[in-house]
Structure formats: C-alpha cells, structure tokens
Ligand binder design. Structure first.
Ligand code: NI
Length: 388
C-alpha cells in the first residue's frame, strides 16, 4: 500500500470533515449547508470555484500549466432514512441520513483538492465536481444538461463509490457496464367490477393481474438471452376493499433493471405485449406506463485501464479487482459517462457495522479508507496529467 504522504498527514482532518458531514445530512437539491461547507473548504485551498449548477452543485478548478483536463466527481446528498447509529457523529437532521457514504466521497475529493492545490505535481487542469441529488433526483444529469462539460471541458471524467463487502484496501474496476439502468413501471389492469358471488357478470381484474404478474416473469426467462441480465420485479399490488366485491381495476407497480439499451427496449416492449395480451385474453384492458430512470453506468475501455493502473500504484496489483460482477443498483454518474469517456470504481468499505450494506440505517462510511480513495484520486491525476 502506497498512501500518498501528504494525504496520510491529512487523515485526522479528513476524518473530522467526514464526521461533521455525516452529522449534517441533507436531501437531494437541498444540500445547502453541505454545498457551503464544500465551497468554503475549496476556497480555503486557494481554488477558484463555480456555484449554481443544479442549484447546489460546486465545481472547483485547479490549473497548473497547459495540458490535458480531467473531471473528478463526488456526490453530496443523503437519504430520507432514520439513522439507528448512536455514535457521536450520528445525524442531527431527523429522518435524514448519510447511509450511502456520500459524506466519505465528498471528503475524499476535498482531501485530493487540498493536497493537489498544495503540491501540484501535474501539468494540466483538474475540475473537482461536487454534485447534488444522486439519490433519485438525477443531479448529475441536471449538471450535464446545464452545460457542465461546455463550461468545464474534460477529456475524461472519473467517479467512485464506497463498496461494503469489498475489503478495505481493495478497489474494483470493471470495464463496460458496472451498474444497471433503473426504470419504474405502473401497470393498470382495467376489468369490470361486480358481485363476488356472480363472477360471470364481471371481468375480474384481480385474476387478470395475477396472471400478468406470473407471465411477466417469463420475460427474463424466455425472451432475454440467458447470458444477458435483466430484472423485472413487481413490488406493489393495489386493488379492492370488500369481501364481496370484484373491483373495477388493479394497479401493479415495480422496477426494471437492465445493462444494455437493446435489452432495456426488449423488456419494455415485452412488458407491454404481455400485459396487453394477458388482459385481452380475459376481456380486460392493460395500461402500462414506464418511467425511465438512470441509464446504465458504462465505463469506457481505455479509461477503465487507466483507472486500474492508477489504483495499482496505490494498493498493488493483487488488490485491484477486475473480475467483479456488475451490480443491479444504479447511479446518475451514468449521465456524465454518456457525455464523456471515463470510469467509475468501487472502493472497498469493508464489513463494519455488522456488514450492513448501503442504504441501511446502521451503515457508516469507513474512515480508514479515506486515505486510500484520496490517494487514488491523486495517483490518477498525476498519471493522467504527467509533468513531463
Ligand atoms: Ni450512493
């Protein structure tokens, strides 16, 4: 392990920042305190900053001579969750919690900015991008649409996320899809209500919906190449409120995850075909609405190789995990990767707090990995923007 010397000296200070951020969680697009904290720190490092992208977004620029330009991105928002931890730095904002480690991501990027501003051993330009609203609001997408990369041109953009279950000191670098596209659906089955005792005079939407739930499961098993991945999960069924009444309609809701756009399109089309076909078979009607969420997060080949190389310089070859499976979670860094080549890595967070995963009320970011992630950022900058 080769932790950057300057970063090691900042470990305690970064731990303090991280715990302070943890105690002050704010939700998507309302990261006002957090944004002020980030901006104040960046200015204290002597960096020029730009505020206002996607409301609370902050971008800091560090230019050291002529050379290439890269973007490094962290997310700042927390989750609507009641924290169950009792330690001193627990959430002070009831019902809000940094349960995904964005407090750690923000801290590591601040640490890298501090160290690079003090000892700029690179030639070129680094843009430090602090975005709001990763958890559902698509703050990354808003920044891109508002002209992030026109105002701050980059040759490539890089992101990272802590990863519980992966050991501290390990970094996962995947080439191609790393996280899934995330779509939600509402499916309404419209029948004809009536007396429970006289079903022949009704069109029973509950029986139709039951068949539809089962039939939808055939999409992944029968219509998608077995070597590809897709998930169709029905998470809600709403209908009826009496023992003796067949309701008029049933509402189903759920989630769709895919990695490739052609699979995504096939699943959407297949869901419509199955829902309408099953409903027609029972004399009912189906109305399917799909709300497209974040696209798949896809690392470009060359930048993944570069990210793995930068990680290797910090943690050694054997700790860089290249063969992990992608996750069916999702990320709005995907929009930045649609706009520019780049790579999103996983930073091992270990198994603290009983090994709880992200979005768990007992989760906490592991402060021991702050110097590892920060050293990775510096290693990447010094590799991509070499002095000579
Ligand atoms: Ni997250």
């Amino acid at each position: 392990m080769k932790i950057h010397e300057g970063v090691q000296k900042r470990h305690q200070e970064m731990t303090n920042w991280r715990r302070l951020l943890h105690s002050q969680p704010e939700l998507a697009f309302h990261e006002k305190w957090t944004s002020d904290f980030v901006a104040d720190k960046l200015e204290s490092f002597g960096l020029s900053i730009h505020r206002g992208f996607a409301g609370t977004g902050v971008v800091a620029t560090l230019k050291n001579g002529e050379g290439p330009s890269i973007g490094l991105r962290a997310d700042m928002d927390a989750l609507p969750l009641m924290e169950k931890n009792r330690f001193e730095h627990r959430s002070q904002n009831e019902g809000k919690m940094h349960a995904c480690g964005h407090d750690g991501h923000t801290t590591m990027l601040l640490g890298a900015a501090a160290e690079l501003a003090e000892s700029p051993n690179f030639r070129g330009t680094v843009h430090f991008i602090f975005q709001p609203a990763e958890e559902g609001g698509g703050g990354g997408n808003v920044m891109v649409r508002e002209g992030l990369f026109e105002k701050f041109p980059v040759d490539a953009v890089y992101g990272m996320h802590n990863w519980p279950g992966m050991e501290p000191g390990e970094i996962g670098v995947l080439t191609g899809p790393v996280l899934a596209a995330n779509d939600a659906f509402d499916l309404e089955i419209l029948g004809k209500g009536g007396h429970a005792a006289m079903p022949d005079l009704s069109i029973d939407p509950i029986l139709t919906a039951s068949q539809a739930v089962v039939a939808l499961q055939s999409l992944v098993s029968r219509s998608i190449n077995p070597l590809e991945a897709a998930v169709v999960t029905v998470t809600q069924i709403h209908a009826g409120d009496a023992y003796n009444v067949i309701p008029d309609s049933v509402k189903l809701c759920g989630s769709i995850r895919t990695f490739k756009s052609e699979i995504r399109e096939n699943v959407h089309a297949g869901m419509k075909r199955i829902a309408e076909g099953v409903a027609a078979g029972f004399g009912a009607k189906a109305e399917l609405k799909i709300k497209q969420g974040y696209p798949a997060t896809i690392n470009s080949v060359e930048e993944s190789r570069r990210a793995a190389s930068a990680a290797t310089k910090v943690i050694g070859k054997e700790k860089v995990i290249l063969d992990a499976l992608p996750s069916t979670g999702s990320e709005d860094f995907s929009y930045m990767l649609q706009a520019r080549p780049g790579c999103y890595i996983w930073l091992g967070n270990g198994n603290r707090g009983g090994g709880c995963l992200l979005h768990n009320p007992h989760y906490d970011f592991n402060d021991e990995i702050l110097p590892i992630g920060t050293s990775y950022w510096i290693s990447l900058v010094e590799q991509e923007l070499p002095l000579t």
